[in-house]
Design a binder for this molecule. Structure first.
Ligand SMILES: *Cc1c(COP(=O)(O)O)cnc(C)c1O
Length: 370
């Protein structure tokens, strides 16, 4: 029986990649803001419709270093949500800042109506997450931040290529972080970027990701190392050429899932379909409500696995419940995030997933006899 995983990393043809990296054998310039890196950075500004972009070795360090670049006071509170990948909360904590969890809406993005009540004199920033590519209420969040003098960094790891009212999603807030990990919609094997409107952040980030070095004789910050190398950037240049095709194929897969699953009692598709948002079709998250559907999320996961279909409980466990944060955050204070984490499953989705395979996955989900 064929194994169907939740995702499958895009690869260009071997020939295309080899062509892309061939000139590295002339230059011998392999990392430290080389030619491929600079090309990709320019192309991404156009693609993401953002004024400025800084590339990183991975998305997590991009977020961590973006927080560092803001020079927030140690112990300051950062409002964020717990329905996310470990990276978001860790980036806050590793900057000696204190996460304060706000609940989410029923599609996983932060519930912007609940943020203001959490603002205290210690609040310094907001780090909202565009979960599954479902865009947060950026207008409300950015307005709140303005009136309270807070910084905003969006975790846009899931939001590559999305637009809101025709604007690149990476131009909201002070900065946005994109992840280019192999499992993401667009990847550079490992990689990430910060996008922003304010050019001064870019200069700071350039030095922070390179040990705080400004030039040959000046080290201006306690930086670290998170530069994107030339082989990563070359993968990005190849992948970028295929993006339009990837989006189209992903959209066809999602449409097929929706045809089968929409309207089934107890099956809730957690995707935002506002028509002022250009989606990137990154994930297909579905909540299973046992009382209506007959099976719990965990039962669905096991049933699919019997057919060699490996869906992912994304995100479970909730960050509140991580061992490393034991007794620090009460998950009952974020009931929607808790409920999502207990009921959601992301189903297999990648550009080359065959529609007949989607039909098969849905037949398992709709078969009442098994
Ligand atoms: C993938 C991801 C990250 C981290 O990105 P890496 O490139 O893997 O370091 C951060 N936040 C979210 C929500 C993610 O999904």
């Amino acid at each position: 029986m064929e194994t169907i995983n939740v995702t499958r990393s895009y690869l260009p043809s071997m020939e295309e990649y080899v062509n892309e990296i061939a000139d590295l054998w002339d230059s011998h310039w392999l990392t430290n803001m080389g030619c491929k890196h600079n090309q990709l950075q320019e192309k991404l500004k156009d693609y993401l419709l953002v004024p400025h972009c800084s590339l990183f070795g991975n998305g997590h360090m991009a977020l961590e270093m973006a927080l560092q670049a803001l020079e927030l006071p140690r112990g300051g509170e950062v409002i964020t949500s717990p329905f996310t990948f470990a990276s978001t909360t860790h980036a806050i904590v590793r900057n000696d800042l204190v996460p304060v969890f706000c609940d989410t809406d029923d599609k996983g993005a932060i519930d912007a109506t609940k943020i203001e009540a959490l603002i205290t004199p210690k609040t310094v920033a907001i780090v909202p997450i565009h979960v599954y590519g479902n865009i947060c209420d950026v207008y409300t969040i950015d307005a709140l931040a303005q009136s309270y003098g807070l910084k905003v960094i969006y975790d846009a790891a899931h939001a590559f290529g999305e637009t809101l009212d025709g604007k690149g999603i990476g131009e909201f807030g002070d900065m946005s972080m994109f992840s280019f990990h192999a499992t993401k919609v667009f990847h550079t094997i490992e990689g990430g970027a910060i996008t922003c409107k304010d050019e001064q952040y870019i200069a700071r980030l350039y030095s922070i990701k390179n040990f705080g070095i400004k030039d040959a004789e000046h080290v201006i910050a306690v930086g670290a190392n998170s530069k994107m190398n030339e082989f990563q950037a070359a993968m990005g240049l190849c992948h970028l050429r295929a993006m339009d095709q990837c989006f189209q194929k992903r959209r066809a897969v999602i449409n097929r899932y929706c045809q089968h699953l929409e309207g089934i009692p107890g099956v809730r598709i957690c995707l935002d379909k506002r028509d002022n948002i250009q989606s990137n079709y990154a994930y297909f998250p579905v909540c299973f409500i046992k009382e209506l559907y007959g099976r719990s999320r965990d039962e669905v996961t096991a049933l699919l696995a019997q057919h060699n279909i490996y869906a992912r409980k994304y995100f479970y466990p909730l960050v509140n419940d991580f061992d490393c944060y034991k007794n620090q955050f009460d998950h009952n204070l974020t009931p929607m995030a808790k409920e999502l984490s207990a009921t959601v499953l992301t189903l297999p989705l990648y550009p080359d997933l065959q529609l007949k395979t989607v039909d098969f996955i849905c037949s398992v989900l709709t078969d009442r006899t098994s």
